[in-house]
Design a protein around this ligand. Structure first.
Ligand code: C5P
Length: 282
């Protein structure tokens, strides 16, 4: 039996470039792993069945779960026929723009590679991950990267910044497919924000980094789900600082340089929002 950590990500930038003929959109985004994580327990069993369990009741345990799809893809790719028990200890908010499901899928790929000593390279795991979801390849590696194509083409970014992140998950269910579908071509990016973001990260300049956080989907999400936009305004009033959105939402976040500053925001918001998390770049 072994355990693998599945880390959430936030988007520091997200630009949608254009719609493609395969139904996806070309994107350009800076993704950053944060230390909010699920734990994925993997265990070989003595039959050939796959058993899936979770610490929470609100996620599916069948082929709608990306972790299950990942396990099936790994077994098919390697030809291994063993029974498997997967236990998902869930902490990352679900369907929230934090790639929680993709992180679980990536952790299953990394974990099974260890469990069965199959020695697939990270590139191979990422390639396998791309067939499961656009964010899975990033989650295989983690860290910081520019993701292009539909999200699967990665350029790793090395930097030393370790700011704190307050994550706020409004109680709204957002459909990524609907947000992409409603995105007007006027919101497609003519220039990408990742260039300035990467420069700020590599200079270790926290203030400049915060200035360059952006999300080309936020206006569309706020239009489709006005509660998310209303929540953003309310948080801005409480904190007096900028509030950003991750992925297609609804998770909002604040970036602060110290744990103390993060804790103050956490305490202020916790009074009226149920799901708030304090975490850090990792
Ligand atoms: O890749 P994934 O399965 O996570 O994507 C879910 C849906 O989100 C896609 O079917 C597509 O409608 C939309 N999508 C997109 N462009 C991307 C990623 C996702 O249009 N780059």
């Amino acid at each position: 039996m072994l355990v693998e950590r599945a880390y959430a990500k936030i988007n520091l930038t997200l630009d949608v470039i254009a719609k493609r003929s395969d139904g996806y959109h070309d994107v350009d985004m800076v993704m950053q792993t944060v230390d909010l994580s699920d734990l994925i327990w993997l265990e070989m069993t003595h039959d050939t069945r796959m058993e899936v369990d979770s610490t929470v009741s609100h996620i599916p345990l069948d082929a709608r779960n990306l972790a299950v799809i990942a396990a099936e893809a790994f077994m098919a790719h390697t030809g291994i026929r063993r029974g498997l028990k997967i236990t998902i200890d869930k902490h990352i908010p679900v369907a929230a723009g934090l790639a929680g499901g993709s992180a679980d899928a990536a952790a299953v790929l990394r974990g099974l590679n260890r469990l069965f000593d199959t020695r697939l390279s990270m590139q191979e795991l990422a390639h396998l991950g791309a067939s499961i979801g656009s964010d899975v390849p990033f989650c295989v590696f983690g860290g910081c990267a520019i993701a292009r194509g539909r999200g699967e083409k990665l350029e790793r970014i090395e930097h030393e910044l370790k700011p704190w992140v307050v994550l706020i998950r409004p109680p709204v269910f957002v459909s990524t497919v609907d947000v992409y579908g409603a995105l007007p071509p006027e919101h497609w990016a003519k220039a990408v924000a990742s260039t300035d973001m990467v420069a700020a990260l590599q200079r270790g300049d926290f203030s400049r980094m915060v200035q360059h956080v952006s999300n080309g989907m936020a206006a569309t999400t706020f239009h489709l789900y006005p509660e998310v936009g209303a929540m953003e305004k309310r948080i801005e009033q409480v904190t007096g600082g900028p509030v950003f959105m991750s992925g297609s939402g609804p998770t909002l976040f604040c970036l602060v340089p110290s744990r103390g500053a993060g804790q103050r925001i956490y305490n202020a918001l916790r009074g009226f929002i149920r799901e708030v998390h304090l975490c850090r770049f990792i």
